[in-house]
Design a protein around this ligand. Sequence first.
Ligand code: IVH
Length: 672
Amino acid sequence: MNTEAKKRIEELTNIINQANYEYYTLSNPSLTDQEFDKYIRELENLENEYPELASPTSPTKRVGGEVIDKFKKIKHRIPMLSLPDVFNEEEIRAFDDRIKKSGFHVEYVCELKIDGLSGSFHYEDGKLITGATRGDGVIGEDITHNVKTIRTIPLSLKEKTDIEVRGEIFMGRETLASLNRDRSEKNLPLLQNCRNAAAGSIRQLDSKIAAERKLDSWIYHLPNPEDYGIKTHYEALEFMKSLGFKVNPNNRLVKDIDGILKFIEEFQEKRSYLPYDIDGVVIKVNDLEVQSALGYTAKHPKWAIAYKFPAEEVLTKLTDIIFTVGRTGRITPNAVLEPVIVMGSTIKRATLHNEDYVKEKDLKIGDIVSIRKAGDVIPEVVEAKKERRVGNELKFQMISNCPICGSVLEKKAGQVDHYCMNNKCPARKIEGLIHFCERKAMNIDGLGEKIMEDFFNLGFIKSIPDIYHLEKHQKDLQELEGYGKKSIDNLLNAIENSKQNSLEKLIFGLGIEGIGDKTALVLSKKYKTLDNIATQSEEELRKMKDIGSILAKNIHDFFENGDNIELINTLKELGLNTKYLGPEEKFNENISGKRFVVTGTISFMSREEIEATIENYGGFPSNSVSGKTNVVIVGEKPGSKAEKAKDLQIEIWDEEKWKSVYNNLEIDKEQD
Ligand code: IVH
């Protein structure tokens, strides 16, 4: 063995780990980027030359590269419990009273409740061995390959000790914003919020993806403090910090309930300025002996609670209401707001849906309105603060002509929306073209909103077939600012590849009114070819479970229209596939044919994955609960959908139930 190389690898590992710690955990770098890169390259070179000396916890693993084919299960040696939620001062006082009644006079530690997902990190001899998700609290999933990419989780500790620590894996707000800027340019769907983004990133099989997502951590729990002679939770936090973990500097030791309430009040205000999402405050008894004496229920420790903040609402001014035209011609009024920060992101616009919505809320231009981010994602105008009116607010006036092409708007009987009926309206055309290229439609990476607007205005793309003639403009494109040869080649390749898409993507892309990606899939699975769908009678189409009389008429009308027939013929001539190429559906009695809504967080799977599984087995995931819904899957922190499901007496599955259904599917798959 080359002892020189071994020694140098050790030296480099220490230098790099220390630099990482200073940069990411302490935010106090001591090396320049160039110096850091130089050490990394030297270490990579040595590891390439002497692979037998490359450690599984080498800092070169931070950039990812390890790919697993499935998540292994890990049994937690000590179960990972969750905390009981409380929502108001009364409940916090009740917690404090209960503890005092047990004869204890305690101090508490107040911590921020980080909105991410919890993880458990296990070290032997100071080296990271495994990282696991909480799972169901007893069994989690092995995410070690991804944990190694989280720069604030040390690969080697400052002491060669055996230890397990727990904390929250999260994504910072700026990271989310920057990833989404990038995704928006690439026409990829945006990551919904920090928590989902973190959960989705940690459940990647390929650690390169997790590495790109730049996850972060706060460590807040030591499951077996007695092994280290530690007497209080606060000491445990200090101890974990001294080993190199990132421990939140806002944690505070308080003497009594007043200290707790002050902490909550303070962070309710500071919340929107923090660089990461929090959804409450965790309150823990500090003395570990008292913790032990209080003990546990089946699910929770009795020595801690999680106070959840109420949904955040802020006030701002409604400066204007502007109208946009969608691809179907639908007109949407939008609130233009004085920019305001809600849950960490700046809100300038919010949809007002339609005329009735604005009238019901009696919104006037100039009003002070309250804004809430519903479900953490879509900003919503809650109400006008009428008492703040000064008299110069302007009454809302619905428009009667299309804001883009000027044609007279129509409102169909019994419907709330106004439509621009001009098929040649440029706004409709652009929106239609953008829709055609969307990920769920033809998935043409590189033809997002902005680029499509440019190409439309430059006259390169005026209709769908023009997309497939874009190579004719290759020269012009290369002269445009910001379009290198490589990006044009990539774009032309993406366009060419889209010709091989399965039928449902084309159907959805064509933008038949009311036909979403799910209905497009159902139609494609049933009828297999575009011609076959095009020749069905309205009556025949109506027989399908998912298609009512309006959709049947829309489909039928679409394929009767001469312009559309011409378009389809042209697309066929251009070589676009018009057959269903997807897999034949699997069957499962719990899922197939049923309509599902998923709400809240299921700890071991993202919503997208659950929905994909449901689809795979011939079920129909949907976003809203209605009388037609068969099952609502309710995870942690569900939205109002869970309530609605109860009201409508719809079957509810909790995480356990979904898990058992899902695990049986796994067996199905293995037997296949
Ligand atoms: S303590 C036994 N501290 O909130 C101790 N949890 O139900 C258990 N969380 O699952 C956790 N910030 O994912 C703790 N400072 C904090 C936390 C925290 C976020 C999460 C964690 C847990 C849930 C509580």
